[in-house]
Design a protein around this ligand. Structure first.
Ligand SMILES: [Zn+2]
Length: 194
């Protein structure tokens, strides 16, 4: 039974998570599972027990892997976001704002890498986080540029037109990259035998 808080694979008879203490089920439902458990033949119980132990050891190893690689994941996500940000929108920011958006892009990218690591990976989490890290600064930048050049977004102003297509390409790129990045973090878990 996976803990909703920390994803630790607990035995189905646990009421609280072994790892973080978060409640995972009611006393009644744990008791019911325990009764079913008692009815199982000895060899089946042994088999299940071994499976839980294997899952738990693997979960621990994955956690260590994530902790050891958090800096790497932050840097990878930061670099992805800086590259796509520079290609798509940061380069169009005038003057000193260039550095402000460069920095903002680096920060949101690194933050996405940190969050993905804390979530333990996952293709969809990766896609959503890396895309979010890209789309938040570009949206701020679009509104900002519109104010600077006095474009009107509602009538399809200049900056909005410049914004739409690059944003679309950038979104496809970041969703794709994030998806594979998150999947890669998951693969690591499978590779080490879960
Ligand atoms: Zn837990």
């Amino acid at each position: 039974m996976l803990c909703k808080e920390c994803a630790f694979p607990n035995e189905p008879t646990q009421i609280y998570c072994k790892k973080c203490g978060h409640p995972i089920q009611s006393v009644e439902s744990a008791e019911k599972t325990r009764q079913d458990w008692e009815k199982l033949p000895e060899h089946a119980r042994k088999e299940f027990q071994q499976k839980y132990q294997k899952d738990q050891a693997s979960s621990e190893r994955h956690k260590v892997f994530l902790e050891n690689n958090i800096r790497k994941h932050i840097i990878i996500a930061g670099v992805i976001n800086i590259i796509v940000g520079l290609i798509v929108y940061v380069k169009d920011t005038p003057g000193i704002w260039f550095f402000v958006y460069f920095l903002l892009t680096a920060i949101t990218g690194c933050l996405a890498g940190w969050l993905l690591n804390k979530r333990g990976g996952g293709a969809l989490s990766g896609a959503f986080l890396i895309w979010g890290a890209y789309v938040i600064p570009i949206t701020i930048q679009m509104i900002h540029i519109n104010c600077l050049i006095g474009g009107d977004m509602r009538s399809g102003g200049l900056a909005f037109g410049l914004f739409l297509f690059p944003t679309l390409y950038g979104s496809i790129f970041t969703v794709g990259t994030g998806y594979f990045f998150g999947m890669q973090l998951d693969f690591d878990r499978f590779n080490r035998g879960l």
